[in-house]
Design a protein around this ligand. Structure first.
Ligand code: ZN
Length: 148
């Protein structure tokens, strides 16, 4: 288990150091800002949705390692999926973080590297900030997401 934890840690460090899809998207179709006041994490999320499919997703922002790595991993896991699939992934990911059982969720792929935050409930908001921002971007009534 320790080796696995270490591997997870390395993935998080890598995604924090060089976040994937980290840029301002000029021709996005959806946009939202996210803020986690508890930790000070801030991010802006850009989506290009064509015929209900997320063709491109990117973000910029400033935050702790967990929030940045989680946003980076999220962008990788969303590309090519439909809105409905994205909602399902969020649902499963959220359940994975808050549920008591230690089993990893088979459909979450790389997102399971964030299993470590389960031990630190205050960091769950860091890990889910990007996802809450995604919700705000998809349901555009509000363009500002807050974990509070
Ligand atoms: Zn944070």
């Amino acid at each position: 288990m320790n080796e696995l934890r270490q591997l997870y840690q390395e993935v998080i460090i890598d995604h924090n150091r060089s976040p994937r899809n980290f840029y301002v998207m000029k021709d996005c179709t959806s946009y939202a800002k996210g803020h986690n006041p508890l930790c000070g994490d801030q991010l802006e999320l850009y989506l290009k949705v064509v015929n209900d499919v997320i063709e491109e997703v990117s973000f910029v922002g400033k935050g702790c390692a967990i929030s940045t790595a989680s946003a980076s991993l999220m962008t990788e896991s969303l590309k090519g999926h439909t809105i409905q699939e994205a909602e399902n992934i969020f649902h499963n990911f959220h359940h994975f973080l808050v549920s008591k059982d230690q089993e990893s969720h088979p459909n979450l792929g790389k997102l399971t590297v964030l299993v470590g935050v389960k031990t630190f409930p205050s960091r769950i908001k860091c890990a889910t900030l990007a996802w809450h921002t995604l919700e705000a971007a998809l349901h555009t009534s509000s363009e500002v997401a807050s974990t509070e």
